[in-house]
Design a protein around this ligand. Structure first.
Ligand code: GLU
Length: 443
């Protein structure tokens, strides 16, 4: 049987750090097992789902390198969910409930304040036909709950090992809202069965869903997939992902100049026993993928680490490989020697624009050490300039001004680049050219 895993986002937002990781892990698992990767859009909520988000998610996935083999959309499969619901009604495993959201919320709060688990009290099961008719006459529409039984629910999780739940301690889940829209629980099961999904890989916030879904799967006489529930991502302090990090979208990371391979390298390894390092390709990540390497502790995500990986990746890019990308990003003419002069100073490709301005543009610099800088300008060697020019110039400046070391270099660097750090000046000088350098020193 072909292995199939799916990524099932709701198109109610763009991909963010959390769900991009779920997508990546599903993809890596499938590729490592010669399987099929299904992208399924969970768009049953017509109010919150949009085509723009759906397209955005597809764009984000392709950018990250996650092509899918198959595609499905829940909004086009509603008749299947109706059919499953009818079957569950026929066998008496779903029942109509008439409580309003406010009533339910009050019940929950009361239970919690008594230190009891917020399990639905099944009051709706005790309603007579007459009670129900009365609610309907008031204009109330029922929502539908699945009737859990007391069976113990067990599975062997690829990450968590043996997991056990008591059906008796699990609340009856709502499957269909009072406006007739199915919630995530039932459609997901129907699709996994009909689209031959063999592995369900998702965050551990879904563990309770799995327990519930396994009973529904049994009731529908479907086959149970293999489950893997990954620990959630947390920040470096282990505090769960802050709102800012949690909602950090791939679109924003892309805009900020992060490379897909840096993101994949980090997201593919956090929470595993492998060291975090830059992976050169998705193939390399795939080869190293194994659920046995996943731990139970939260996966630590840090922007600093992402930035480190991103720089490391960029520092090794070859000119011919990166040129198309740079052109698209900057719309600038990027010469080969310029790329090699600055690449090791870039934390993101976008930063190349700053260095382009330094080398080829006009820079407003305030010269604080004016007399010294002007004296240095008088010592500038004649053109043409090469990588040797810098040392010839420095020697002359030293002899004329008597300065040396940092006192000599720093004012020149500041005057020429406007920054106190950057690529070696011996590489920048020939790129800038004598005229530009002169203007900057004397301007
Ligand atoms: N649409 C669900 C979610 O985003 C899918 C969960 C699952 O993988 O089953 O939470």
């Amino acid at each position: 049987m072909t292995i199939c895993a799916r990524f099932a986002p709701s198109p109610t937002g763009r991909l963010h750090v959390g769900n991009a990781r779920t997508a990546l892990i599903n993809w890596l698992f499938v590729r490592a097992n010669d399987g099929e990767f299904l992208l399924r859009l969970d768009d049953t909520d017509k109010v919150r789902s949009t085509d723009e988000y759906a397209q955005g998610i597809e764009q984000d996935m392709l950018w990250l390198g996650l092509k899918w083999d198959r595609f499905a959309k829940q909004s086009e499969r509603m008749d299947r969910y109706d059919k499953a619901l009818i079957y569950l009604k026929d066998i008496g495993r779903v029942y109509p409930c008439y409580e309003t959201a406010d009533e339910l919320s009050l019940q929950r709060k009361t239970l919690l304040s008594q230190g009891r688990p917020p399990i639905y009290n099944r009051a709706a099961l005790k309603l007579s036909d007459k009670d129900r008719a009365k609610f309907e006459a008031e204009g109330r529409k029922p929502h539908w709950r699945f009737l859990m039984n007391d069976d113990v629910i067990e599975w062997r999780d690829l990450v968590r090992g043996d997991v056990k739940f008591e059906g008796a301690h699990t609340s009856d889940p709502v499957l269909i809202r009072s406006d007739g829209v199915p919630l995530y629980t039932l459609p997901s099961i129907v699709d996994d069965e009909e689209l031959d999904v063999t592995h369900v890989i998702r965050g551990e916030d879904h563990v309770t869903n799995t327990a519930v879904q396994m009973q529904i799967i049994k009731a529908l006489d479907y086959s149970t997939p293999t489950y893997a529930h990954m620990p959630l991502i947390a920040d470096q302090a282990g505090d769960g992902l802050s709102k800012r990090l949690g909602s950090l979208s791939l679109a924003v990371l892309r805009e900020d100049g992060f490379e897909p391979m840096a993101i994949a390298s980090l997201m593919g390894k956090i929470g595993t026993s492998d060291a975090i390092k830059i992976s050169q390709s998705m193939e390399e990540l795939t080869k190293e993928f194994d659920f046995a390497k996943f731990g139970r502790a939260t996966a630590k995500f840090s922007m600093d680490e992402l930035a480190r990986l991103n720089s490391e990746l960029i520092h090794h890019y070859e000119y011919d490989d990166v040129l198309p990308h740079l052109k698209e990003l900057t719309h600038l003419d990027i010469p080969r020697d310029f790329w090699y002069a600055v690449r090791e100073n870039l934390k993101s490709l976008r930063e190349i624009i700053e260095w382009w301005v330094v080398c080829y543009g006009t820079l407003e610099v305030v010269n604080e050490d004016k007399d010294f800088v002007e004296a240095a300008a008088d010592c500038l060697p004649d053109s043409p300039w090469t990588e040797e020019t810098w040392s010839v110039w420095v020697k002359a400046v030293k002899e004329t001004t008597g300065r040396k070391g940092k006192n000599l270099f720093m004012p020149l660097r500041l005057a020429l680049t406007g920054k106190d750090h950057g690529p070696e000046l011996k590489y920048l000088l020939p790129l800038m050219g004598r005229e530009r350098v002169l203007t900057r020193l004397t301007g």
